[in-house]
Every structure is written in structure tokens, then in C-alpha cells.
Design a binder for this molecule. Sequence first.
Ligand code: ZN
Length: 152
Amino acid sequence: MSFSNLEQLYRQVIMDHYKNPRNKGILEADGYHSVHLKNPTCGDDVTVQVKIADGKITDIRHEGTGCSICCSSASVMSQTLRDKTLSDAQVLTDNFYEIVKGQPFNEELDMGDAPVYMGVAKFPARVKCATIAWKACETAVAEAVATAKTLA
Ligand code: ZN
């Protein structure tokens, strides 16, 4: 496949997640922890909600407004990290940060659709758009774990 065909395929995957976001919508339910992040340079505004049980992220929800990179990436993130253990989710998240920076990454890991953001590295201003939902999830997990420890 030529490079431009590959880029076109990546764009299609991104637009599909943008138009049909997976796991969208914040729930009013017990046991969820949410984090709200903004990217003022682009106007992205994202809330990510996680539910953790037995060391696993059993559910990830997201909601917000922003550019196609930001909103689609929230959908991809929710799909990629859902049902993963906390340590696996951290490894996948760190791997995603390497992908968007254009750095070598571990291709053996089950990254779902996340590698489609490889091209973002060419547009440094958009790296924040691609990572904001992942950062929100990372923070939500850390806060949820800290809260659980306080309660225990
Ligand atoms: Zn953006």
C-alpha cells in the first residue's frame, strides 16, 4: 500500500470514530470517577469517566467537544483501554504517546485503532488534541486509585 493510501485509510478510521464515537456519554452512576480537561489552543473540551474494579478498567465513558482528532481519539482510547488491567492500560497509554510523537513504539501491543494517529507527529500543535483524552483517562485512573486507598 502506498503511503498516501495508508494516510487515507487512517483518515477514514479517524472520521469513523468522530462520526460514530464508541462509549460516548457520561453516566450518572456510582463507582465512576471523571476528569475534565481543556486544550485552549484548539478549543478541545473533554470529560473522561472511568470505572475500576479488581485492578481493571471495567468501563470508560467520554464526552466533549473539539476537533476531529480530539473527539475521535477519545473514542479510540475508550475502546483500546477498556477491560485492561491498570498496569496494561498505563503501558498502552505510554505506547500511544510514542506513536503520536513519531517515536518507535511497541507494535506487538494490542493498540486497537490507535496507530492511525502516527501522522499527527508531523503536526506538533495537534499532538495535544490526540493525547488529551488519554491524559484525562490516566488522571482519572490515578485519582480513582487514590480515592479507593483513602476509603480503604
Ligand atoms: Zn484539537
